[in-house]
Each structure stands twice: as C-alpha cells, then as structure tokens.
Design a protein. Structure first.
Length: 229
C-alpha cells in the first residue's frame, strides 16, 4: 500500500446486502471503489452489532483494493491478531476505546497492519499531539458511530482543517466517515481529507444485479470534489 493524498472513495459494506458481501464487493470495486471499508461493531462500544474476524477473512479474497477495517469495539487489543490474520490492510481503533491507545497502535503495526486511529465527533484533535508519528491514518467521524445513513456533523470541518495542519508532511491519511454525499464530500476534501467513506450514498439505488448506480454514485461524489482543483 503506497501513500498519496489523491482522493479515495471507500464504500462501507454496512450498506451492502449482508447476504451477499462477496458479490457486492466485486460489484462496487468494478464500479470504481478505491478501498473497501468494513465496519466492525460490538454492541458495547457502539449500540449495534455487525461481524468479526471470520467474516473479514471470508470476504478478503473478494477484495482487490484495500481492506480498511474500522473497529468500533472495546477492548481492541485481544482481537488485533485475529483481524490481522483475516487480512486487514488498515486496522483502525477508536481513541475512546480504552486507556492505552498508544499500546494499541504499537500492537496494530506490530501485527503488520497500517495503524488507523478514529476520533468520535466530541474528541478534539489535540488528543493526537503525542500519537501522530504512530499512525498511518486518522479517521474523523462525522456522525456518532454505530449506524449508517445518519446526518453529517458540520462542526467536524474545522477539526479536519486543524488536523491537516498538524499532520504537515507526515504520510498520514485523513479519512472521513459518516454522512458523506456529493454535498458534504467537497467540504471535507477542501479541509484536507483524502479518504471518504460512504455507505448509503454509494449503495443506494443499486444491487448486484444492477450495479450501475454504484458507479454513478461513486462518480457523483468524486466529481463533486473535482470542482475544487
Ligand atoms: C458508522 C460507520 C460508517 C457508516 C457510514 O458507524 O462507521 O462507516 O457505515 O455510513 P453512511 O455513509 O451511510 O453515513
Ligand atoms: Zn466506518
């Protein structure tokens, strides 16, 4: 996985057909997805339950791009090895998930994955002051984690601008997760983001049998950001 700041659209399979992940992933990649975002929820750190390492392992062979695993679980550390074995390229933990995030990030890199750090909307970027050299990606949540299809929280724009300045020349991706649409995507791209997660806005209107809307939806997000450059 090489580093650059080009725009990457990462569809979240939380909005895909749960009975058909393999084909959904292949369809959305064929329609222009850059990464595949996998939302792991534990019904404890967030009020919803999704899936764990065996599912990640099963879908891995359908992913040709990047498997971007977002852990909304606490604790994180007992499961790092299992998600690394399942083939995660990026493994993202929440800063709020426990008292020892520094150790968690070390363990993620130690397991051979890129280390991602996610911030809930209420967490300030100053919390990253002593962590930025330990991460490959910062995920700024623009909804409260737990569900797809929620409304974008605009206060996070200023946070991303601050984060972009803090990162400077470090090879750290800025990922935005939650409420991304062709309306909100350019706000985040302009603020400095390079990875945009989108669930409902990518999967709406399409299916494995009729995947063309996935492509139209991805292009609509991409084009909305093009007008900036
Ligand atoms: C929310 C998840 C997101 C979610 C995004 O807890 O982390 O990845 O699926 O969904 P949309 O794009 O519908 O807000
Ligand atoms: Zn996510």
């Amino acid at each position: 996985m090489s580093f650059d700041r080009s725009l990457k659209i990462a569809p979240s399979i939380l909005s895909a057909d749960f009975a058909n992940f393999g084909q959904e992933i292949e369809a959305v990649e064929a329609q222009g997805a850059d990464w595949i975002h996998v939302d792991v929820m534990d019904g404890h750190f967030v009020p919803n339950l999704t899936f764990g390492p065996p599912l990640c392992k099963a879908i891995r062979r359908h992913i040709k791009t990047v498997m971007d695993v977002h852990l909304m679980i606490a604790p994180v550390e007992p499961y790092i090895e299992a998600f690394a074995d399942a083939g995660a390229d990026v493994l993202t933990a929440h800063l709020e998930a426990g008292p020892h995030i520094h150790r968690t990030l070390q363990a993620i890199r130690g397991a051979g994955c890129k280390a991602g750090l996610a911030l809930n909307p209420g967490t300030p970027v100053e919390a990253l002051d002593y962590l930025l050299d330990m991460v490959d990606l910062v995920c700024v949540m623009t909804v409260n984690p737990g569900f797809g299809g929620q409304k974008f929280i605009h206060s996070q724009i200023a946070k991303v601008e601050k984060l972009r300045a803090m990162i400077g020349d470090r090879p750290v991706h800025i990922e935005i997760d939650g409420g991304i649409t062709p309306e909100t995507a350019p706000l985040m791209r302009a603020a400095g983001a390079d990875v945009l997660v989108a669930g409902s806005a990518v999967f709406k209107g399409g299916s494995v049998q009729d995947p063309a809307p996935y492509g139209q939806n991805i292009r609509a997000i991409r084009t909305s950001c093009d007008t900036l450059v």
